[in-house]
Design a protein around this ligand. Structure first.
Ligand SMILES: [Zn+2]
Length: 531
């Protein structure tokens, strides 16, 4: 039987940008749009053109995307004509495939917040939808406070929705703006709306204030709605929006939905979900939620003894879906036995052949546990894990020794009187019998250290010429008595291969130095440099 199409609308860049502490740059927005487009999301709402310089710039040029790139904004203001409203004009000029208008649908808000009549509110919806249609745009209407509005005055709430639909809006989106609606209420109200407006023109926009935004979205679909709006990782003001990272696998993997509906995310792209979720966290420099459904580090981690042995025999016994389907993996944290099999699996993955009964595996397991307890993140920094494993198994040549380094930071005025901060680093390295001293200058101490360290490694220099640092991330961890700094460095070589290394220390320079050293040594190992 043909499955019905269900559409996904992402508002990470608009509603998600309302999150406390989240401030997307233009580049962030472009990168996230690319991720969502690649994942197969039908609509990406980029922002609110005219409301701030970033969003205005975002909509100033067109983007070649498969997704329907959508601009958000208000319907025309009461008492103005559509042609005489600067806000509406900016929206109509935006380089977007679709326009998502927001309008009041709660009579109380129309009277108190807008201070206008119910009829003028309806006229403003009709005029704005018509103006956008005339511009050739696909049109959506977000009915703000729809569920509260429907409870207070169902005729008026429905009239707002109908006004947009009859004027030609592709979607009428029912918003639980305050986030207080419960799934059975959403189900009942959406059922009523779908008697008036066909469900394949009805969307749901749920907020998470009772932690049921996902449940409310699914309840709306069950009641007939065919578009779900949400954000990556449930980003959004207050308690967030409906989390698409939880909704997508539920729609794809739970038979009730999977047998009935088709979405734009393929099975192959579903495996990228964890990557997409983590990329957003990394961009925002937020620690990923370990307990996030489907994609969290703990989502498929089992600790208790009996569960673990059952899982090893038959994973389905304790897992609701297969972790690989969303790009995650099983983690067994329990006994040394289970830890052993984890480490063995990792060694296998990086291609290190070792006897299963080798006592050094227990040593490696201990070292990993100890180091992760003080902040090392081998989960992310797999190149550092690779080196740690090789070292424990005695397989990393001692290529060079850093005998000494010195870094300084200087603030001064330059020739044209601007205040500048520059750093200088001097590194003394021993390569075989040779002692090499290099100096480097950089915009900061870590940069200077990196430049000096990679300037002259004697006979190894040719192996690291193509090495460059592509990302540098710092996180302060609460390490008990004192805060420690964790530095994650991403490197890339001339073949385009990328790897991540980690350093941890109370001192940021020392943590960075560890991560830099790991990156260089990893490259030498990878390149097969002779000892
Ligand atoms: Zn919202």
């Amino acid at each position: 039987m043909a499955r019905e199409r269900l559409y996904l609308f992402d508002t990470t860049l608009r509603d998600g940008a309302q999150t406390n502490g989240v401030d997307f740059t233009l580049n962030d927005k472009l990168a996230i749009t690319g991720l969502l487009d690649d994942l197969g999301i039908d609509y990406v709402e980029g922002g609110y053109p005219g409301a701030n310089p970033t969003d205005t710039a975002l909509f100033a040029t067109s983007h070649k995307l498969d997704t329907t790139f959508t601009a958000f904004g208000m319907v025309r203001r009461p008492g103005r004509s559509a042609s005489n409203d600067p806000g509406l004009a900016a929206l109509l000029e935006a380089k977007a495939d679709a326009i998502c208008f927001v309008a009041k649908s709660w009579d109380y808000h129309v009277r108190v917040a807008l201070e206008t009549t119910l009829e003028e509110n309806l006229a403003s919806i009709r005029d704005s939808v018509r103006a956008a249609k005339n511009k050739g745009r696909e049109v959506l209407l977000d009915c703000e406070h729809f569920f509260d509005g429907y409870k207070a005055n169902p005729e008026f709430a429905l009239a707002c929705a109908k006004a947009a639909y009859e004027e030609g809006a592709r979607w009428v989106v029912l918003c639980d703006t305050n986030g207080g609606a419960l799934p059975h209420e959403v189900g009942a109200i959406v059922t009523e709306v779908c008697k008036v407006i066909p469900g394949d023109h009805v969307g749901i926009h749920a907020h998470n204030d009772t932690e049921q935004a996902v449940a409310n979205s699914l309840a709306a679909v069950r009641a007939g709605a065919r578009q779900i709006q949400g954000t990556l990782n449930g980003l959004g003001e207050r308690c967030g929006n409906a989390n698409l990272v939880s909704i997508i696998p539920t729609l794809k993997l739970k038979p009730e939905f999977a047998n009935t509906f088709e979405i734009g995310v393929s099975d192959a792209k579903l495996k990228d979900l964890l990557h997409v979720s983590r990329t957003l966290d990394e961009m925002l420099n937020r620690a990923p939620n370990r307990h996030a459904p489907y994609v969290g580090e703990s989502a498929f981690a089992t600790k208790a003894g009996i569960h673990a042995s059952a899982i090893m025999k038959e994973p389905k016994t304790y897992e609701h879906v297969a972790p690989e389907t969303v790009g995650n993996r099983r983690r067994l944290l329990v006994s040394d036995q289970a830890g052993r099999s984890n480490v063995l699996a990792e060694l296998d993955r990086i291609g290190l052949k070792v006897d299963r009964n080798d006592p050094r595996i227990a040593t490696l397991l201990e070292v990993v546990k100890e180091r992760e307890a003080i902040g090392y993140a081998y989960e992310s920094a797999s190149a550092s894990f690779d080196l740690l494993a090789r070292r424990t198994l005695g397989k990393v040549p001692s290529y060079f020794d850093v005998v000494q380094f010195d870094v300084n930071v200087e603030q001064r005025y330059n020739a044209i009187g601007e205040r500048v901060t520059v750093s200088m680093a001097v590194v003394k390295v021993k390569v075989g019998a040779e002692t090499l001293i290099s100096a480097g200058e950089g915009s900061g101490p870590v940069h200077a250290l990196d430049v000096a360290l990679r300037k002259d490694l004697g006979k190894y220099q040719r192996y690291i010429n193509g090495l460059e640092l592509t990302d540098y991330r710092v996180r302060i961890l609460d390490g008990g008595t004192e805060a420690v700094t964790r530095v994650l460095i991403e490197s890339r070589d001339e073949q385009g291969e990328r790897w991540m290394t980690v350093g941890v220390s109370p001192n940021i320079i020392d943590a960075s130095f560890q991560a830099l050293m790991d990156s260089i040594v990893y490259k030498l190992v990878k390149a097969g440099a002779p000892a």
